[in-house]
Design a binder for this molecule. Sequence first.
Ligand SMILES: C[C@@]1(CC(=O)O)c2cc3[nH]c(cc4nc(cc5[nH]c(cc(n2)[C@H]1CCC(=O)O)[C@@](C)(CC(=O)O)[C@@H]5CCC(=O)O)C(CC(=O)O)=C4CCC(=O)O)c(CCC(=O)O)c3CC(=O)O
Ligand SMILES: NC(=O)C1=CN([C@@H]2O[C@H](COP(=O)(O)OP(=O)(O)OC[C@H]3O[C@@H](n4cnc5c(N)ncnc54)[C@H](O)[C@@H]3O)[C@@H](O)[C@H]2O)C=CC1
Length: 218
Amino acid sequence: MIPLVHDFTDARVLVFGGGPVGARKARRFAREADVIVLSPAFADRDFGDASLVRVAPDSEEVTEWIDRLEPALVVAATDDEAINDAVETAAREQHCLVNRADRSGSRDPGSVVVPATVRDDPVVVSISTGGQAPALSKHLRRELEDTLEGAGAMASVCSELRAELAERGVDPERRRAILADVASSPDHWTALRIATPKTSQVIEDVLGDQFATGGDGA
Ligand SMILES: C[C@@]1(CC(=O)O)c2cc3[nH]c(cc4nc(cc5[nH]c(cc(n2)[C@H]1CCC(=O)O)[C@@](C)(CC(=O)O)[C@@H]5CCC(=O)O)C(CC(=O)O)=C4CCC(=O)O)c(CCC(=O)O)c3CC(=O)O
Ligand SMILES: NC(=O)C1=CN([C@@H]2O[C@H](COP(=O)(O)OP(=O)(O)OC[C@H]3O[C@@H](n4cnc5c(N)ncnc54)[C@H](O)[C@@H]3O)[C@@H](O)[C@H]2O)C=CC1
């Protein structure tokens, strides 16, 4: 399986099943997509900004919903295997992505799994076991949370610096070396973790070091 980062802005995601798993998937996609959850009952959970529709579609109605709503991604998260099968078949016929929450192990070609995710915008790190061991994905996600603290602020620093260095005409080779140093500097990580957002201070420090003599610092 190959990881990709997909922009779901203005896309529709259709979730079948309003249990805890349907709620978790709905919450995740509702950060960005227009999410609709279809289910005869809804768990007492947070569904994010998703729209909830109380219906109990049979296999034929599942196809009708998918044909009508033309989602980019369909999630099969009911506790009824026959319905999840129907969801998968209809999604494939409509050429939309399909995530089966009730399957692990080897996947059917074209299917997607939802990874465990650590997010410190704009940085996002996702962990998948290729659908084999979700409990391990969850454990590794927790381990990575501490490591990634401050990564969002570091991304802002590197992004602003690379624009500033390009503006000042610094050659690509030196730009690469400066950015590699900044991204791996324990001092900068500490500064960004202690008091985010300290981004402007870090940028000033780097530019001060590089251009201290008024020359190009080479
Ligand atoms: C294949 C996949 C399909 C998909 O959903 O995309 C799938 C399938 C199944 N999960 C099951 C069980 C559990 N899932 C979790 C947790 C998570 N599951 C997630 C993803 C995935 N789960 C995809 C693979 C991802 C990968 O590649 O690693 C995470 C990462 C993301 C998310 O869902 O948001 C989220 C952690 C989020 C976080 O905390 O960071 C826990 C842990 C817990 O709940 O504490 C358990 C109990 C322990 C266990 O069983 O391992 C079962 C059995 C159900 C049953 O027995 O009835 C199936 C189906 C089956 O096995 O047949
Ligand atoms: N991928 C994952 O992370 C995990 C997946 N699972 C799997 O996902 C399935 C769902 O898990 P839970 O939410 O815990 O189950 P659940 O049994 O609490 O919820 C299932 C939901 O599906 C709804 N439903 C039933 N028939 C439907 C229909 N025809 N159309 C739409 N909705 C319908 C039910 O009303 C209920 O709200 C489980 O059966 C299990 O196989 C379970 C745990 C984790």
